[in-house]
Design a protein around this ligand. Structure first.
Ligand SMILES: Nc1ncnc2c1ncn2[C@@H]1O[C@H](COP(=O)(O)OP(=O)(O)O)[C@@H](O)[C@H]1O
Ligand SMILES: [Mg+2]
Length: 262
């Protein structure tokens, strides 16, 4: 569905490449998590995919076609992205107006629009806030509305760039479960960017980035096993992983020793 071939990018003001020969292949309908420490290049990667940043080296292929300036708009017509900071993304004066904005632009009939907006707000648990002003919501609520605004478009490819970072663990889990349901129903291709390793268990595939490079990729189980790569990427290990690693370093092999240690 989406292929990055040898993608290299440098910001004009920077000395180092923000992306350094990235090669990645994302399958249609797959949920891919892209995980990496702050500054590892995750946002740069999706900004290039969305056409926000240009003048890269290498190639991006979408559905078999190489992305160019000419076909960029049509190839990513059915892509939706939610960025980390929802404040820059609101256009409507109420939550429902905001979520309806993209549909309105596409000339969707009023009746269908109302239905789709309701369904999208319900998915992120924000239906009760439909008449509220987006700017007055909490950070987590804003992120939910921004996600609804993307979902309502029925995208083929949904990109979430740290889009749940302001939600508490319970809220995150709720949004992840809703996304999983949608992903299962509609075979939406999902690119889920995060620096939280505990969030990737829900994905089909995971990519670990460090300093503009992909240092590990594979099924989630493989990634979880590659503790060395995870540690070298300076990611915080989830509690259970940190615990089992700490235990495996010990020499308390007898049952009593282990129980005492635990
Ligand atoms: N506008 C910019 N100008 C110069 N350097 C930038 C700019 N945006 C990001 N960078 C640098 O590019 C690298 C990758 O950044 P980014 O893609 O935002 O990482 P991530 O999303 O993983 O936190 C970092 O070293 C960051 O400092
Ligand atoms: Mg980022």
């Amino acid at each position: 569905m989406i292929e990055f071939k040898n993608l290299t990018f440098k910001y004009r003001a920077a000395d180092e490449n923000a992306l350094d020969h990235i090669s990645l292949s994302l399958k249609q309908g797959q949920w891919t998590s892209v995980i990496g420490h702050n500054g590892s290049g995750k946002s740069t990667l999706v900004k290039i995919l969305m056409g926000v940043l240009t003048s890269y080296e290498g190639e991006i292929v979408v559905g078999g076609e190489t992305l160019t300036e000419e076909n960029l708009l049509s190839l990513r017509k059915n892509f939706a992205i939610v960025f980390q900071n929802p404040d820059n993304q609101f256009v409507g004066s109420t939550v429902e107006d905001d979520v309806a904005f993209g549909l309105e632009n596409n000339g969707v009939e009023r009746e269908e629009m109302v239905e789709r907006v309701e369904a999208a707000l319900d998915t992120v648990n924000m239906l009760d806030f439909r008449t509220h002003e987006p700017s007055r919501l909490s950070g987590g609520q804003k992120q939910r509305v921004a996600i609804a605004g993307a979902l309502v478009m029925n995208p083929d490819v949904l990109i979430l760039d740290e889009a749940t970072s302001m939600l508490d663990p319970k809220g995150k889990r709720e949004v992840l479960e809703s996304l999983k349901r949608i992903h299962g129903m509609k075979e939406t291709t999902i690119i889920y960017i995060t620096h939280d390793l505990a969030e990737i268990d829900i994905s089909d595939y995971a990519v670990v980035m460090k300093d503009g490079q992909v240092i590990s990729q594979g099924d989630v189980e493989d990634i979880y096993k590659d503790i060395d790569a995870l540690e070298s990427s300076r990611l915080v290990l989830p509690f259970t992983m940190a615990m089992s690693k700490a235990l495996s370093d010990g020499s308390y092999m007898s049952y009593d020793e282990l129980v005492a240690r635990l």
